[in-house]
Design a protein around this ligand. Structure first.
Ligand SMILES: Nc1ncnc2c1ncn2[C@@H]1O[C@H](COP(=O)(O)OP(=O)(O)OP(=O)(O)O)[C@@H](O)[C@H]1O
Length: 226
């Protein structure tokens, strides 16, 4: 597994503090981040691949400082957004998955094989030639996942990947996440989704207020919101 290290990280947006002196070392395979709206979860998640640069402190992935070695870090860390429309960039499903490989300059046959395998892994092969923007919400999120994982990141960060989905699709996507071999850091409001994870962080007011195995962390969270 990769080692994700937050060292004394604080952050503010336009002078409004949102994270306060967060230090963490994340090495587990499946890590959940839960907490109230506006508590700082997305900001924390986005720092792992440099979408947000900390105002103070530093974040490193496998010893690579995210602020200085962003390109290398982003090769290791894939990111899945809440809204898949924000990351679908090509007209068809197949083209969108293939687009993720463009920078790797792989031989055509290898690139085709990897795209086929990624489509197959998420049940998208029958939709390969369909316009990506006409997929259902659940299918779009599967496409976003396929398009990120085809590049073989070591770590996947997902920021509320099921929030826009109906209950059935949310469960389907969560099942896919649960089966991933890649290291996963997932922000979610669906507490059931992280119950089987290795570690759960509870964020409140920009601080990590619980950091434990799921049962203990979720009990601490529920006690706070009761
Ligand atoms: N780009 C931004 N500019 C200004 N303020 C921001 C920005 N992004 C987030 N914030 C603010 O920072 C705080 C933390 O936001 P963040 O998105 O990290 O929280 P969150 O825990 O993920 O919330 P939610 O569960 O609602 O998605 C909030 O008060 C939010 O309004």
């Amino acid at each position: 597994m990769s080692e994700i290290v937050f060292d004394a990280v604080s952050h503010d947006y336009d002078g409004v503090p949102v994270l306060h002196d967060v230090s963490l070392r994340l090495t587990e395979r499946r890590i959940g981040i839960v907490g109230a709206n506006g508590s700082g979860k997305s900001t924390l998640a986005r720092m792992i691949n440099g979408l947000v640069a900390p105002a103070a402190g530093s974040v490193a992935v496998d010893g690579l400082d995210v602020a200085r070695r962003g390109r290398e870090v982003r090769r290791r860390v894939g990111f899945v957004f809440t809204n898949p429309d924000h990351q679908i960039v090509m007209p068809t499903v197949r083209e969108d998955v293939a687009f993720s490989l463009r920078k790797l300059r792989l031989p055509r046959a290898e690139s085709d094989a990897r795209v086929d395998a990624a489509l197959d892994r998420f049940g998208l092969s029958p939709l390969a030639e369909r316009p990506a923007h006409r997929l259902s919400g659940g299918q779009k999120q599967l496409l976003a996942l396929a398009a990120v994982l085809v590049a073989r990141p070591a770590v996947l960060v997902a920021d509320e990947p099921t929030t826009l989905l109906d209950a059935r699709n949310a469960r389907l996507i969560e099942e896919h996440f649960a089966e991933l071999d890649e290291q996963l850091v997932m922000v979610t409001h669906r507490l059931d989704a992280v119950a089987g994870f290795d570690r759960v962080l509870v964020v409140d007011g920009g601080r990590i207020v619980a950091d434990d195995r799921p049962a203990a962390a979720l009990a601490a969270y529920e006690a706070r919101i009761a």
